[in-house]
Every structure is written in structure tokens, then in C-alpha cells.
Design a protein. Structure first.
Lengths: 330, 250, 307
């Protein structure tokens, strides 16, 4: 009796673990095949769309780390993306366009911003945190719009994609695409490891019951700050890739609407799964591309769709799949 | 005379015009099982919250092993050897039972700023956690989701989490609240076995348990400590009988 | 930097602050009583302005348009409450944020579809057009003074309502413990509806009053919503008094900062870097102020709840 239960529990855990490997592996394989598909169909556009999905997915995975595992609902995540992008843009405008400089700078700037704002944000909880991250994101947005020298409201073109030690290694779309995929896989694997590590467990415990964690002896705020800075770093990476992908930087990259979109991606796929963030990015970009072709103001359809998702599809797409699975198995 | 493990000096706390802690001065000696009893609303839990650091007193000092910890946050107090269980169960419901306790162990087991390696598989954390679970009798539920436990099992988990860190001082806030006879007996047995090995403050309403376990008892009424003394003395004290025990013994 | 210029900017700052208060009051009430983060509050402000423009086109009279728009805004707000919001009160904040974000997306673009993307104008009442002369011969628009007056009047009414009426008492009680209020037999759903409706009207009223002096366009509620959040975070979520103090503070700091940042910086730096850094620093001012306040008091200046 107990033995059978333990065996069943064990089997379920292994199945879940296997599924946990298969799903992302399939997604990455699909991404890897897109350039071939695009070449075969003669649609370069597919490559651009998929690259954009991956860039946003990196930011979304970082956000899921905060939201799903840390319980920190950040509505200012786009600020990190924007800062990373502007690092590339500003350096380029000043004549520095080597990735060996702009990538570390992009990440460092985002981490610094995350650290400085995190020190303030993380003293608050719940709704305050949401509003403060929103406000800080807005602050960076307005700073960007006030930078007349770097395009102000209209943004700034990046002269060319970053070189690597002088070599135009990222110049071709294919090379850049696979570099982005490599970054996504690395970011994903890092976050996957992080959430089951000692650090991740403290973070997750803090989400469940911060008071208890404190009386156990954990300075939860410090752990959250580290998580916030890590999320900032990944956001900066995403921004670096975005600036190179579009060869353009604009304040809209750090607008609160963009922060909202990143949150939408996370919940669409399923909060607290990491895979969900990637799935959510894919679904969101597809929805946006498809709907905006159907109707110019596609948000009048997407907005109510979001409301319906929240009201009826709790747990996003992954949750929906789990519920259908359970439903189908009695 | 030995140094008290815990010394409360003139502790005061009010919420608005309601005085919940009224000039409380108390010593808890090493190895002692010190019970705090009193009617509901006497301010027992608030006192425990002040000792563990979740509430800041308005006035007074809290000295732990001679050091003033009145201004220290709960995390620091925990790391200095203070542990507690909560009156209203406060566990990590989404985690398996073993991980709840393993986290408590993890806090004292080196740095948690490790980003790699599966924490849930670390024997250095799981072994002491398992031992605590065995002590409290719920080792067979180790892999169950903590939120799915019965109430009695959750109270045992509370106790296991407080024990796992091998504390210097353990604060037990109504550990037997709402659990059945059998589980109460098991807990009392466990606490008897722990007596002398660590210092404990026990807040409880279950008088049988209190008189079986306590070395000394402090009676709190309306935020003040009415009397502190050996169980027989307290039991016989006329003030205590009138104010509290008289009703309790019905 | 003359005295009258400073006075003009102080008045502008007050007017902006009063506007922020009208929006923040509804926001903080709804959050304080129902624990509901309503991002869609900004579009309620926008809707007030658009409805006023629409009704003005029909009736040609500002006051009539104001009343009709208020009623329509209230009706729409209550419809949203009935259909969507009341199902979100029990949900976690993330759900509330995503759902209300969806409503913002919807309304910002629905408004664009109905009225077009070009900014619209609402004429102010004839009686209040024109300017009055301040000291030193500087002219100041009467309507802005009307806005300040109206805002202060609403603040006074709100204060009286909350502190002296039964409903106000229930609101204050609900702010601290909604479950208890419900247990005392009060129809909590009706209380929530009243609070929400009132908040919606305040936002709509702000939109209508400000419409004559700004451009009415899609998305006009977004930036001011975020400022309203800054206000209630500084003031303390759930506190009307906090919202009032913080709103005026932010209105003044932001306006004066933007007007005089370059001048102030020129005292310390040479003109060129001052001109470059000025706008950037001005745009950061209120957020830095927010950061400072929150560092010292993480729950704001006058927190209503015990959390």
C-alpha cells in the first residue's frame, strides 16, 4: 500500500522530469529549424519574427524568475531591456560598436539600475512593489525621451550590428539568429538550474511564506535583490540582442506598455514554469503579427482576450494543458 | 547563578490605546522549560512575537545570551540560535514536508548563495531534516506536499522546523492547539525527551501538558506577568486561581 | 526667473496636483477598500474627457456635457465593475494587473477607432474663458483657477464624506478590515460598488475638467495613471489625506522642476551641460522623491492599512 503509492509518486516525478526536458528541447529544436524553413519558403520575414520571439523570450524567462519563483510582480522589466538596448545605441553613436564592449556594458548598466532601484523597491511588498517598479520603468522611459543627443522621442538608429573583436561575426542574419538562440538556451538553462539550487529554494520559500523564512534565519530581501539583479542582467542581454536585431533603439523599448507585454507573455504561457515564458513569447508575437494583419487596432481584440484568459484560463497555456490532461484521465 | 538565556526587561507594547505588553520582566534559565500561560488576550503571542523579532516593543530590552537583541531583525535572531513555532500554522504549503525542514537546516548550513546543484537532493540538508521528522513522528509523510497534511501533522511539522536548527532557545506558541489526544501525548513525550538539552518557552492552554513539562510557569493576565514560579507554587497561588486557573480547572 | 514666473508655475503645479489628486483619490480608495489594483483607472479619466467632447457636440453646453459625461462615465464604470472587476477582487494582484492591462489596451484603441487618433478639443464655458491679471501684470488663465477650485472643493467634500458620514465610516472600516465589515452584516458588494462608482466619477470628472486645456487623445490616461500610482505610493495606499498631500507635492515638484531645472543647474554648471542634463533630471525628480520617501517609509507617508 505505501510502497505502491511511493512507486507511483516516483514514476509521476520521473515523467514530469522527462516532460520537463522534452518540452523545451522541442521548442529549441523548432527554433533551430526556422532558418531552414524560412530559406525553403523564401520568407526572410519568418527569420525576423522568430528572432524577435527569442529576444523577448529571454526577457520573459527572466521576468518569470521574478514573478513565478520570487513572487515579485515587476511591472518595470522593460526598463532593463531598454537600458541594454540604449547601451548599444549610445556606444555606437559614440563610435564604439564592438560586442566585446557593448555586451558587458549593456549587462552592467542593467544590473546597476536593478541594484539601485531594487534596494528601494524591495523594501516594499505586494501592490506597492508593482506600482514602484512601474514608476521606475517610467522614469527611465522619460530619461530616454529627454536625451536629445540620442534621438529623444524618436529613437536612434544603430549604424551597424556589433562586431566581435573587429570581426563582423554577427553580420549575417543566420549567424545572429543562432547566436540569439544560443543566448536563449544559456539563459534558460541558467534559470532552470537557479530555481532548484539553494538560492532558488530560498527565493521560492520567500514567495510561499516570507515571515517563516525570516524566522528560520533567511534575509529574504537580500536574496530577492540578487534575483532582481540577475533578472536585470538577463534583461540587459535581451536589450543588447534587440538593438542588434533591429539596428534601432527607441524609448518604446522601455515603455510601461512593453513591461505589460512581457508580463502578458509570462502569464500566457504559465507563471512559474520558465517554459511558459518562452511559449508565451511565441504565442504573443504570433498573435500580434496575425491580428495586426487582420485589423489595425488589434488591441481591441487582444485586450478582451487577456481579460478572458485571466478570468477563465488560470495558469496560462501550460495550466490549460495540465487541466485538459487531468480531465482526459478522469 | 547561571546567566539567563533570555532576559526580558520592562517590555512594553501598545496598539493604540490597548496595552498588550505591560512592563514584562522575565528571565529564562539555560535548559529550562518555561511555560507561559494565561487567558486568551493576555498578550502571550504578542510577547513571543516580540522575542522572535516580528514585532518591535515600544520600550524595554530583550537580551539573548547576554547580548541586546532588541533592535535585531528576526533573521539575525534566528541565526543566533532562536527558533520558534507558530500558533497559526505557518509552513511552506507548496513544498514537500522534507523540504520545509531542509530549508530550516539550510539556513545554518553554509551559504545559500549557491546557484547550481539541486538543493532538494543534498544529503547534508536532508539527513538532519529527516531526523527532525522522525523525532516528531511524521517521517512517513516526508514527500507529501505540506499543504496536504492534516492539521495535527502540520503542527508536528511546525515543531520539526523549530527543532531542525538545533536552537539555543525554542519558542513554542501553542504547539498542541487543535490536535488530538494521541498526537498531544506524542508531542509531550518528545518535549520531555528534549528537556534539559535545550531551553524552551512554551505557550500553551493545555494545562495537563503544561504541568507535565514545565520547570517554571509565568502567568500572564492582560499583558502583565502576575507571578513566576514552580508549577506547584503557581497552581496554589490564590491570585492565579482567581484570575485564571479557577476557570481553567473546570 | 522672475517672481511672477515662479507664481505662475506654482499655480500650474497646484493645478496639476489637484488633477492628480482627483485621479489618485479614486485609485487609493478602490485599493484601500477592495485591495484591487485598477490599472484601467487611467482610461476612465480618458473616457470622461471623450464623453464630454461627444456630448458637447450634441448639446453645445459645457455644464450639460459635464453632467451627461459624468453619468455616462459612471454607467460605464459600473458596467465594467459588474462584468469584470467584481470577479477579480478575490484574485491575486498579478491577475488584476493583467486583466486591467487588457482593458487599457482595449479602450485606448477602441477610442482610436471611434473618434480617430487626432487630438480633440473641448471648449471651456464662456464665463471662464480668458485670463485674469496676477501681480506684475502676468496673465493667468481663469479656467486653471477653476480647476484648482473645483479640485479643492471635491477634496473638501470627500474629506467630509469619509470622516462624517456612515458610508465614509464603512469605507474607512473596510480599508482596514473588509472581512470584519462584511461579518457585521454590511452588504459588502454594494459598498464596493459605491466606492468603485465614486472613484470612477472622480477620474471622469478630472478628465472633463482638464479637457479644455489639454488635447483629448487616445492614451492620455496612461502617463497620468502612473503618476497617480506614484502619488498613492508616496501618500500611503488607502489614505485620502495622503493622496492629497502627495498629489500637491508631486504636482509642485514636477512642474517647478521642469520649468526651472535648467536655470537651477546653470547655477552649478555651464549652460551647455545644464541644458542637456536639465530635462533628464527634471523628468527623474518625482521618481527620486518617491524613492527617497519609500526608503524611509516603505508604506508611504500616511498608510491607512496596518500592513
Amino acid at each position: 500500500m505505501p510502497d505502491v503509492a511511493l512507486v507511483a509518486e516516483d514514476a509521476r516525478r520521473h515523467f514530469r522530469a522527462a516532460r520537463g526536458v522534452v518540452a523545451p528541447a522541442l521548442i529549441f529544436a523548432a527554433f533551430a529549424l526556422v532558418p531552414l524553413l524560412a530559406a525553403w519558403a523564401g520568407q526572410k520575414y519568418l527569420l525576423d519574427v522568430a528572432a524577435r520571439m527569442m529576444v523577448l523570450a529571454i526577457a520573459a524567462v527572466a521576468l518569470d524568475l521574478l514573478v513565478g519563483y520570487g513572487g515579485l510582480i515587476s511591472f518595470g522589466h522593460a526598463a532593463f531591456v531598454g537600458l541594454g538596448a540604449y547601451a548599444v545605441g549610445i556606444l555606437s553613436a559614440e563610435g564604439i560598436s564592438d560586442a566585446l564592449v557593448s555586451l558587458p556594458v549593456a549587462i552592467a548598466v542593467s544590473m546597476l539600475f536593478a541594484w539601485l532601484t531594487g534596494i528601494v523597491c524591495l523594501r516594499t511588498r505586494g501592490a506597492y512593489f508593482i506600482m514602484i517598479t512601474l514608476a521606475f520603468g517610467q522614469m527611465i522611459y522619460f530619461v530616454a525621451t529627454s536625451l536629445e543627443r540620442y534621438g529623444g522621442d524618436n529613437g536612434l538608429s544603430v549604424a551597424a550590428r556589433n562586431t566581435v573583436a573587429g570581426w563582423p561575426l554577427l553580420k549575417t542574419d543566420h549567424a545572429f539568429y543562432y547566436f540569439t538562440l544560443a543566448c536563449l538556451i544559456a539563459a534558460y538553462l541558467f534559470c532552470r538550474a537557479l530555481v532548484v539550487s539553494r538560492f532558488g529554494r530560498v527565493l521560492r520559500g520567500g514567495r510561499e511564506n516570507a515571515t517563516r523564512m525570516a524566522t528560520i534565519g533567511f534575509k529574504v530581501r537580500q536574496f530577492r535583490l540578487v534575483a532582481y539583479v540577475i533578472a536585470g542582467a538577463l534583461g540587459g542581454l535581451s536589450g543588447f540582442l534587440l538593438a542588434n536585431l533591429t539596428e534601432f533603439v527607441a524609448p518604446t523599448y522601455m515603455s510601461w506598455q512593453q513591461s505589460g507585454e512581457l508580463l502578458v507573455m509570462v502569464i500566457l504561457g504559465g507563471v512559474g514554469t520558465l517554459d511558459g515564458a518562452i511559449i508565451g513569447s511565441v504565442v504573443y508575437v504570433i498573435a500580434e503579427e496575425w491580428l495586426s494583419g487582420v485589423i489595425e487596432n488589434w488591441q481591441v481584440i487582444f485586450g478582451p482576450f487577456l481579460v478572458l484568459v485571466v478570468l477563465f484560463a488560470h495558469g496560462g497555456l501550460i495550466g490549460l494543458r495540465r487541466r485538459l490532461w487531468r480531465f482526459g484521465h478522469g | 547563578m547561571a546567566e539567563p538565556v533570555l532576559r526580558l526587561e520592562g517590555l512594553r507594547k501598545s496598539f493604540g490605546s490597548l496595552i498588550v505588553t505591560d512592563d514584562v520582566t522575565l528571565d529564562v534559565m539555560p535548559g529550562e522549560m518555561h511555560a507561559i500561560i494565561g487567558p486568551n488576550g493576555a498578550g502571550k503571542t504578542t510577547l513571543i512575537n516580540q522575542i522572535s523579532g516580528l514585532i518591535a516593543p515600544d520600550a524595554g530590552r530583550i537580551l539573548f545570551a547576554g547580548a541586546d537583541m532588541t533592535a535585531l531583525p528576526p533573521e539575525t535572531r534566528a541565526m543566533r540560535g532562536l527558533s520558534r513555532s507558530f500558533q497559526i500554522t505557518s509552513i511552506l504549503p507548496g513544498f514537500p514536508v522534507l523540504e520545509n525542514v531542509a530549508l530550516a537546516v539550510q539556513a545554518r548550513a553554509g551559504s545559500s548563495l549557491r546557484f547550481f546543484g539541486r538543493a532538494a537532493a543534498e544529503p547534508a540538508l536532508n539527513a538532519p531534516a529527516m531526523a527532525a521528522l522522525e523525532q516528531t513522528g511524521i517521517a512517513d509523510r516526508a514527500h507529501v506536499r505540506a499543504g496536504d497534511l492534516s492539521h495535527g501533522e502540520k503542527r508536528a511539522l511546525e515543531l520539526a522546523m523549530a527543532l531542525a536548527v538545533q536552537p539555543t532557545l525554542m519558542l513554542l506558541d501553542e504547539p498542541m492547539a487543535g490536535i488530538g489526544r494521541e498526537e498531544t501525548e506524542r508531542q509531550v513525550d518528545l518535549l520531555l525527551r528534549l528537556k534539559g538539552k535545550l531551553t524552551m518557552i512554551l505557550v500553551e492552554h493545555d494545562m495537563a501538558a503544561v504541568f507535565a513539562l514545565a520547570d517554571r510557569i509565568s502567568v500572564m493576565i492582560r499583558g502583565r506577568v502576575l507571578v513566576t514560579g514552580a508549577p506547584e507554587a503557581v497552581r496554589a497561588d490564590p491570585q492565579v486561581i482567581t484570575a485564571y486557573l479557577g476557570e481553567q480547572m473546570e | 526667473m522672475s517672481g511672477t514666473l515662479v507664481l505662475v508655475q506654482i499655480l500650474n503645479g497646484l493645478q496639476f496636483g489637484v488633477l492628480l489628486f482627483l485621479i489618485a483619490a479614486g485609485l487609493t480608495l478602490v485599493f484601500g477598500v477592495m485591495n484591487f489594483i485598477n490599472l484601467a483607472h487611467g482610461v476612465q479619466y480618458m473616457l470622461g474627457a471623450y464623453l464630454a467632447v461627444a456630448f458637447y457636440g450634441v448639446v453645445g453646453n459645457f455644464l450639460a456635457a459635464l453632467i451627461l459625461a459624468l453619468v455616462a462615465a459612471l454607467a460605464f464604470g459600473l458596467l465594467l465593475e459588474f462584468l469584470i472587476f467584481r470577479h477579480l477582487y478575490d484574485r491575486d494582484h498579478l491577475d488584476q494587473v493583467i486583466a486591467t492591462f487588457g482593458i487599457i489596451l482595449f479602450l485606448n484603441h477602441a477610442v482610436k477607432m471611434i473618434w480617430g487618433a487626432a487630438p480633440l478639443a473641448l471648449p471651456m464655458p464662456d464665463f471662464f474663458t480668458g485670463s485674469i491679471s496676477l501681480m506684475g501684470g502676468q496673465l493667468y488663465p481663469v479656467w486653471r483657477l477653476v480647476v484648482i477650485g473645483a479640485g479643492l472643493a471635491v477634496a473638501a467634500i470627500l474629506y467630509l464624506l469619509v470622516s462624517s458620514t456612515r458610508i465614509g465610516m464603512l469605507v474607512r472600516a473596510g480599508s482596514t478590515n473588509a472581512a470584519m465589515v462584511s461579518a457585521l452584516g454590511v452588504n459588502i458588494q454594494r459598498l464596493f460598488m459605491i466606492v468603485f462608482g465614486f472613484g470612477t466619477m472622480l477620474a471622469g470628472f478630472a478628465g472633463i475638467m482638464i479637457a479644455p486645456i489639454i488635447s483629448v487623445e487616445p492614451g492620455m490616461g496612461d502617463n497620468i495613471l502612473i503618476l497617480a500610482f506614484v502619488v498613492i505610493v508616496i501618500g500611503g495606499i488607502g489614505s485620502i489625506r495622503g493622496a492629497f498631500v502627495a498629489a500637491l507635492l508631486i504636482g509642485l515638484v514636477d512642474t517647478l522642476g521642469r520649468s526651472f531645472s535648467i536655470d537651477i543647474l546653470r547655477l552649478m554648471l555651464s549652460p551647455s551641460p545644464a541644458r542637456m542634463a536639465g530635462p533628464a533630471i527634471a523628468s527623474m525628480l518625482i521618481y527620486v522623491l518617491m524613492a527617497v520617501v519609500l526608503y524611509v517609509r516603505p508604506t508611504g507617508l500616511f498608510p491607512a492599512r496596518g500592513r
